[in-house]
Design a protein around this ligand. Structure first.
Ligand SMILES: Cc1cc2nc3c(=O)[nH]c(=O)nc-3n(C[C@H](O)[C@H](O)[C@H](O)COP(=O)(O)OP(=O)(O)OC[C@H]3O[C@@H](n4cnc5c(N)ncnc54)[C@H](O)[C@@H]3O)c2cc1C
Length: 432
């Protein structure tokens, strides 16, 4: 008899997405001197989308990426394409008024459709699936919050959500861990690294040049142009975009001080087979909970459960992966006999406003950042908005441009800040 291994077996250091990616194209690193219209630092969704949309407008682009396409959050995330933003639509309505909140809601939905359109136009194989999402809680005080959110989304924002508990909830998830839920049929899932690779190919098909293993080390501006120095060369351009989000550094000091990198980690089980995976999350929803340090999980295209959690700034030590694994087993004890095969993490860019922003720093460098864990479609959208701005076109909204970059207090002590916030939110989740 074959004895089934439990829990953590021989761990893979690759993310599930890297291990199951379409074969990536080999791209050169950058040497020598080039001239272009726009140079973009960072080959995640933001940078690649900016390159794609700028090329469509006839502007020449060069993208420099210190590692490989999608190496940052874009190739590591949960692959959940959700409507809205980090703040709820009600919070946005209180802040900006109902009419603007409705407009922002439409813009976010358009962002989701933009991803779909790019995937369809360029035949990107990234397992795009229209499964919707499920927001869950096991805390009584969230019952009325979820009900209110469901009513407000449907009455004011034209959504089609349902509030669930009891048997209705069991039709969505085979877990007795949660008592209350909200389901929204609108939402996609995808294989995030395959989308990144496909978006890079699409941008290149329009003429973009993408260099990997090419770190931007300095930005020099003259009245006429801007030069980005890399370790082995220089690109001179009319404009420069920093698309570095949670991986921003002293290269762009203003951005670095205003973006806190929050780590998020995931574990993926071995392949469970379609039948078991489908029986756990019944309609292939993207699932997340109401805790401050959000837990999120989904089925992978190859029939695993991928379980993630946010808010902890450390280097993905095994202790934390074990903690995540335990959380997954609390939700799905049915997974106890199954191995975890992949563990990985990445950095989410968080800003003081908890809202995506695009802008131009004092030194003229354009940026788009602060998706706060909601960048799967918003980053593609912000890349498009950046391209429209640089090309001098009208944009759907200037709200994202109206928010200034605000430096976090004590931003030089980022690790300490993150650890303090982490302790606070853990405590709140434990007692809440
Ligand atoms: C674990 C995890 C799970 C997530 N899950 C979801 C989810 O399910 N749904 C959702 O909507 N969002 C999710 N997010 C957030 C989402 O992934 C991000 O908002 C989005 O990918 C940001 O894209 P980006 O292109 O702006 O940044 P990134 O993808 O982080 O790209 C920045 C790139 O800049 C490069 N770079 C930095 N400095 C330099 C330099 N000096 N020179 C050259 N290159 C440089 C980095 O190498 C990196 O590749 C998640 C994030 C993480 C980390």
């Amino acid at each position: 008899m074959v004895k089934r291994k439990r829990g953590f077996g021989q761990m893979n250091t690759l993310s599930l997405w890297a291990a199951t990616a379409n074969p990536p194209k080999a791209r050169q690193s950058f040497e020598g001197e080039y001239d272009t219209d726009v140079v973009i630092i960072g080959a995640g969704f933001t940078g690649l989308s900016a390159a794609y949309h700028l090329q469509k407008k006839g502007l020449r682009t060069i993208v420099v990426e210190q590692e490989t396409v999608g190496w940052g959050a874009s190739g590591r995330n949960g692959g959940m394409i959700l409507p809205g933003y980090k703040p709820t639509m009600d919070e946005l309505a209180k802040k900006y008024g109902v009419d603007e909140a409705k407009q922002l809601n439409e813009i976010a939905l358009d962002g989701m459709e933009l991803v779909k359109e790019i995937v369809t136009t360029h035949h990107i194989e990234c397992s795009l699936d229209y499964g919707g999402y499920l927001l869950l809680s096991n805390k009584k005080r969230f019952k009325s919050l979820l009900k209110d959110e469901h009513e407000s989304l449907n009455s004011q924002f034209g959504s089609d959500t349902r509030y669930l508990e009891g048997d209705e909830l069991k039709q969505e998830i085979s877990s007795s861990f949660f008592s209350y839920g909200l389901v929204d049929p609108h939402g996609y899932s995808f294989h995030p690294l395959n989308y990144s690779l496909g978006l890079a190919d699409a941008a290149e098909s329009l003429g973009a040049r993408i260099f990997e293993k090419t770190k931007a080390v300095a930005i020099q501006r003259t009245p006429q142009n801007v030069t980005v120095l890399t370790e082995k060369g220089r690109v001179t351009a009319k404009e420069v975009i920093a698309a570095t989000d949670g991986y921003s550094s002293h290269l762009t000091k203003e951005l670095d001080r205003a973006v806190i990198p929050i780590a998020s980690y995931q574990v993926a089980t071995e392949c469970l087979g379609e039948e078991l995976a489908e029986s756990l999350i019944l309609n292939n929803r993207m699932v997340f909970d109401t805790s401050n340090l959000i837990n999120y999980f989904r089925r992978s295209p190859d029939g695993r459960i991928v379980y993630g959690g946010s808010g902890i700034r450390h280097n993905g030590c095994e202790k934390y992966y074990r903690e995540l694994h335990q959380m997954m087993l609390s939700v799905f004890p049915q997974l106890t006999p199954y191995k975890v095969e992949y563990t990985w993490g990445g950095l989410i860019g968080v800003t003081m406003d908890m809202f995506p922003m695009i802008g131009r720093m004092k030194d003229g460098v354009y940026y788009a950042t602060g998706y706060c864990g909601h960048g799967a479609s918003l980053a593609t959208l912000m890349g498009q908005l950046l391209a429209q701005w640089i090309a001098g076109e009208e944009r759907v909204s200037r709200r994202f441009e109206s928010l200034p970059l605000k430096a976090f207090p004590f931003s030089s002590q980022k690790s300490m800040l993150i650890n303090l916030a982490n302790c606070y939110y853990r405590l709140m989740d434990a007692i809440g």
